[in-house]
Write a protein that binds this ligand. Sequence first.
Ligand SMILES: Nc1nc2c(ncn2[C@@H]2O[C@H](COP(=O)(O)OP(=O)(O)O)[C@@H](O)[C@H]2O)c(=O)[nH]1
Ligand SMILES: [Mg+2]
Length: 471
Amino acid sequence: MAGLGDWADAGRDALGRIGEAARGLLAPELRLGVTGLRRSGKTVFVTSVLDNLLKAGRLPFLDAVAEGRYRAAQLRPQPDWAVPRFAYERHLAALTAAEPDWPAATSAVSEIRLAVRFESGSMIRRNLPAAPTLTLDIVDYPGEWLIDLGLLDQDFETWSRTTLDLAAREPRRSLAAEWVAALAGTDPAAPFSEGEGRRLGDLYASYLRACRDAPTAHLSLLQPGRFLEPGELEGSPMLTFCPLPAAAGRAGRGSLHATFSARFEAYKRKVVQVFFAEHFRRLDRQVVLVDLLGALNAGPAALDDMRAALDQILGAFRHGRAGWLARLTGGRIDRVLFAATKADHVASNQHGNLKSLLAGFVAERARAVRFQGAEVECMALAAVKCTETVTTEHDGRQLYCVQGIPLGRDRPTVLFPGELPDHPGRIGPDDLGRFSFLSFRPPPGLGRDGRGLPNIRLDTALQYLIGDRLA
Ligand SMILES: Nc1nc2c(ncn2[C@@H]2O[C@H](COP(=O)(O)OP(=O)(O)O)[C@@H](O)[C@H]2O)c(=O)[nH]1
Ligand SMILES: [Mg+2]
């Protein structure tokens, strides 16, 4: 039988919960992760999201704005003092300068907090004593770190085998030649020496950099991610190893194999798990930006690689929800948005196909994530719209073209960027040589009207990501 004390505890609990619920109604909080591979458009996306939420003049499809309930937003000090602040002012200044330019490339995690004051449309909230405020934390971090989560499921031998298999096929084969040749001349069972370890580690890191930077490569699967952006870990033993072929003899303690294997485990523990606990696990919602047009430009290998990278990224959300890691740590992401960025590179009549193409790439894994209980959506958007769609006549046919200032030129040009298939299965071998989507400069005069940076479908994306919290 329950004693009086138990009832009192239950009562306190209920009061506590009501308090929490009221706080949730009046001061909801949301942590939004923004990720994507290098150059996918994260910095530009976050800059435009902030500018548009602050000025609210270009978000007609955000319900709170459409219904006249959106009051205003303000930047606030961020909660995590050890994480660099997202340099919103600097990035916006670059875009809106007299000679507009893209923000400088960034490589690590950053964070920023925004408070959004709104009138609630719900009955319960309308009776609250004040207008609610949504506290929105935005965390921008490299997609390469997310792909690293896949390493947690692998031991050194498995990882070595898959990475060496991948390196045996073009376009990686030629880029890996020097590192693979060095491996051929080493015995993993031999005693470890610092000089040899460094030589192999450096050759592997150069190979990863070549995969990323070679103009025709545009490859995405480049693990461990921190080898490319080491930051303060540069030169540390934890970033000085590489995959090894199976040893012919027994690789005992103190061997090259044992040392690299121990470093791989240290990387998982000290880099990957720390990222998971400090950043990924705390996210409520996630947007994954994908430069699908860039991969189409680069050709079949880049496209295959991007598909594999997206697959691994979606695998991470399995971790986020119901995987073994979630059981240990309590993941909670309930909505994921995959967004094809830079949609302004193609004419507006192609946006539907761009979206379907992306959906086709992630379809299988997205079903698995939905099964785990999170929602997954796909979209095509441009965080900063740099072109207008215009039609021209060609051989009696109407062509949808884009007009903008291509990067490296200073006059507006009308271009026909071509047409996109609507499904990955419809990308023919000839198609891939045919795509050539030019990059554009931000148009002059951006931001002068004070309404927020011009964009394509940023409001639809925001409605999906935060709209329900502004209800
Ligand atoms: N036309 C166009 N280009 C974009 C857009 N967003 C990003 N870009 C281009 O992509 C580059 C990389 O964007 P950035 O945000 O720095 O990528 P990050 O590395 O993911 O942070 C920019 O310098 C632009 O050239 C967009 O909305 N429209
Ligand atoms: Mg960036």
